[in-house]
Design a protein around this ligand. Structure first.
Ligand SMILES: [Zn+2]
Ligand SMILES: [Zn+2]
Length: 248
């Protein structure tokens, strides 16, 4: 399995990080996880391209995770691709219906199927996925992915607090990409700080943790953030960046 961080930013733009998007590839299958603003352009730089991604899995419906959904649909239509499947938490169907109500000319351009999922296990695009709810300002799911060709699992936290439940969900995974939106001195809820993340992960066994969903407040403070996590958690920790590819 290969993980590519397409977008590692947040709702507040910085030049080198677009909004949230991860590309997972296994054998000849690919899966896009979240599709925030800028992700479609990042996807166009990959070998798979937007032509090769027919399935999108959403963690939640905040704009920085869904803004490029219709641009992706339109790009696939223009490229002659006929299908798009969008999977996400409850409300995904009405989100797509609403978007297509506003942009009526895109209705029926591709064969669009929408599936809603809860905190359970399911298959998507050749990946086995389990989901759990996160603590965020709207319903959000974290996902754990396994694939036949992978030495270990990949976990993506979506948006949300660092909790012991999420840490247990990620235990034993090869890779955990976790929301770490702000440095320690920003008083915030619905997203974790590095110290909170380190405390939640203490005693857990994850191959490597990547901090992502980085707000502008984190610029120039990466080392300090990594040290804050390491103060509580002794595994490998790194800062994600757009374009980073990880083989699992
Ligand atoms: Zn969010
Ligand atoms: Zn977000």
């Amino acid at each position: 399995m290969r993980l590519t961080f397409l977008g590692t930013g947040s709702a507040m733009p910085v030049p080198d990080r677009v909004q949230t998007g991860l590309l997972l590839e296994s054998a000849d299958r690919s899966l896009l996880v979240d599709c925030g603003s800028g992700v479609l352009h990042r996807l166009s730089r990959t070998d798979v391209g937007y032509e090769g991604v027919s399935t999108v899995l959403l963690t939640h419906h905040h704009l920085d995770h869904v803004a490029d959904l219709l641009p992706l649909l339109k790009a696939r239509w223009l490229a002659g691709e006929e299908h798009l499947e969008v999977i996400g938490p409850t409300g995904t169907k009405s989100l797509l219906d609403g978007l297509l109500d506003v942009h009526e000319y895109l209705q029926g351009r591709v064969d669009l199927s929408v599936r809603e999922v809860g905190p359970t296990s399911f298959s998507v695009a050749g990946f086995e996925v389990s989901a759990t709810e996160t603590e965020h300002s709207m319903d959000c799911l974290a996902y754990r992915f396994s694939a036949p060709d992978a030495a270990g699992d990949v976990v993506f936290s979506g948006d949300g607090e660092a909790t012991s439940g999420l840490a247990a969900f990620a235990d034993g995974a090869a890779v955990l990409a976790h929301d770490c939106s702000f440095p320690d001195d920003v008083d915030v809820s619905n997203h974790p700080t590095p110290s909170q993340l380190g405390r939640a992960l203490a005693g857990r066994d994850v191959g490597r943790v990547y901090l992502t969903h980085l707000y502008p407040h984190t610029r120039g403070r990466h080392e300090e953030m990594l040290e804050s996590v390491r103060a509580h958690y002794d595994g490998e920790v790194a800062i994600a960046r757009d374009g980073l590819r990880v083989e699992v």
